[in-house]
Design a protein around this ligand. Structure first.
Ligand code: SF4
Length: 492
């Protein structure tokens, strides 16, 4: 597929729109001031500016079928370039909708955080009907996605409103898993290939925690939430988890911590001893993730655990007594069907965890799935129907959406939604998605986000990605932590 830009170079947004209809493909780009000859499938995206007005025009040719859309705007339109980009995005969306069966319900919103846009409109004082009008007429969002975005923003409102800019959260990365799932694109390493790195990794992580605490404690910041993610943190032994959690408690002031999550993730790593240990060390929220309640789908994605193991781990979690338990599932997994996904949703609702997170499969470049024969059949999965069913059943069962985000290459341009029983929304998940609080990330693959809402500043500090380089260049990486202090010095 070739994208031809004439009189404009709005590549990023327009290519994003095209990917809604033709996902997981590489595009060729041609830039010209006039027309260009092209064979095969292509989209011609033109802006021709004259003294008084600009003609915005899109012509698409796909599989021998063609569609065109055009609009004119005055040349003195306020914010001219951005308006042209927005209109061309809409024109391309409309032209491609004529040629494709794809229903892209988020319209031309291609970014990760659609709710952030809604929150911004709420803080500008816009009413619900004004927000719906903007989402539908400017961004072509479907009524049902407007509902879900608005509901999510409403759940977040009181949490965001009461948030002090003196608070921060801590993310601890444990990038190890028992085996690698076929759809995984995280930095996580399997125990088989990298288990020997763990002892040194735990030592270094503890050093990083102590060092960072010595920097942060002097800045007058208050620790609000802690989140252990990865990977699968419970891949570590009970003793290793206890060591890390002890270093956190002795390094930071824990008295104001409102939420402490450990993403146990894979049921095959969960034991009563590990859960009792993490609970005794302060964990209040646990994530146990079946992804599906179908054994054959689990096998197809390389999870190497069974549905029964999930139920057993869930019972141990219940017995251990956490304030909140989350379970993650994924719509659109290889070999999954609508009926078996429906069983998964119904089965989890029966268990009644405080949180249920419904992801949509996203086929990432680095994932094994992207290079396998299964990819084409996955693209035809009924992910849209699955997500719709989950939303309907969860709403009926008293859950509310509290955070929502999208990723590149998600099936049918869908989204991930965190659902919670009222009062059990995970603070950390809202902070990370809406970018409203500083999150200091420690461990391999950690990406610290420093947030200064008042002045609209957001800076990132990256750790080394893989455990091997994290261990190898540890001292060099530690020096970068000083950027946290520099950021807050500028804030003052
Ligand atoms: S459990 Fe999660 S992090 Fe680990 S391999 Fe599977 S998808 Fe990747």
């Amino acid at each position: 597929m070739t994208l031809i830009f004439s009189g404009n170079a709005f590549k990023y947004e327009l290519e994003g729109v095209m990917k809604l209809f033709i996902p997981a493909q590489l595009f060729n780009h041609i830039y010209t001031d006039g027309t260009a000859k092209c064979s095969g499938d292509y989209a011609f995206i033109r802006r021709r500016i004259s003294k008084k007005q600009a003609l915005l025009y899109v012509y698409c040719s796909v599989d021998g079928k063609t569609a065109r859309c055009a609009q004119r705007i005055p040349s003195d339109t306020k914010d001219f370039d951005n308006q042209c980009e927005l209109i061309l995005s809409r024109l391309l969306f409309k032209a491609m909708s004529k040629l494709s069966d794809t229903e892209a319900k988020w319209g031309i919103i291609t970014g990760v955080r659609p709710v952030k846009r809604v929150n911004a409109m709420i803080s500008q004082g816009k009413s619900k009907s004004e927000i719906y009008d903007i989402l539908q007429s400017q961004y072509l969002v479907s009524p049902e996605k407007c509902d879900i975005a608005y509901m999510t923003a409403m759940t977040q409102e009181k949490i965001i409103k009461n948030l002090s800019d003196k608070t921060f959260s801590l993310y601890i990365s444990i990038p190890f898993c028992p085996t690698r799932c076929s759809y995984c694109s995280f930095v996580s390493q399997s125990i088989e290939s990298c288990g020997n790195l763990i002892p040194e990794y735990v030592d270094n992580l503890c050093r990083e925690i102590s060092y960072t605490a010595s920097l942060v404690n002097g800045l007058g910041l208050v620790l609000d939430t802690v989140y252990f993610g990865g990977g699968t943190p419970t891949t570590l032994s009970a003793q290793q988890l206890a060591t890390i959690m002890d270093v956190i408690s002795s390094s930071f002031d824990m008295s104001k911590v409102r939420e402490y999550t450990v993403e146990a993730g894979r049921p095959d790593t969960i034991t009563a001893e590990k859960l009792a240990t993490i609970k005794s060390k302060g964990c209040t929220r646990l994530s146990v993730n079946p992804q599906t309640l179908s054994d054959s789908v689990l096998e197809a994605i390389g999870r190497k655990h069974t549905t029964q193991q999930f139920f057993d781990s869930y019972r141990i979690a219940q017995k251990t007594g956490f304030d909140s338990v989350n379970t993650d599932i994924i719509a659109g997994l290889p070999t999954d069907t609508f009926d078996s996904f429906k069983n998964t949703v119904d089965g989890l609702i029966q268990l009644a965890p405080e949180n249920i997170t419904v992801h949509t499969l996203s086929i990432k470049r680095a994932a094994r799935l992207n290079h396998s024969e299964e990819k084409q059949s996955v693209l035809k999965n009924a992910a849209g129907e699955m997500v719709e069913y989950a939303s309907k059943r969860l709403l009926e069962s008293g859950y509310r959406p509290y955070y929502l985000y999208r990723q590149k290459n998600m099936l049918e341009n869908l989204e991930n939604i965190g659902w919670a029983k009222p009062g059990f929304e995970s603070l950390y998940n809202i902070y990370i998605m809406e970018e409203i609080q500083t999150i200091i990330a420690l461990g391999a693959g950690g990406s610290t986000k420093l947030v200064d809402l008042k002045n609209g500043r957001l800076e990132r500090v990256f750790n080394y990605k893989f455990p091997l380089e994290y261990n190898k260049h540890f001292d060099l990486m530690l020096e970068k932590k000083n950027e946290i202090g520099e950021f807050y010095a500028e804030k003052e």
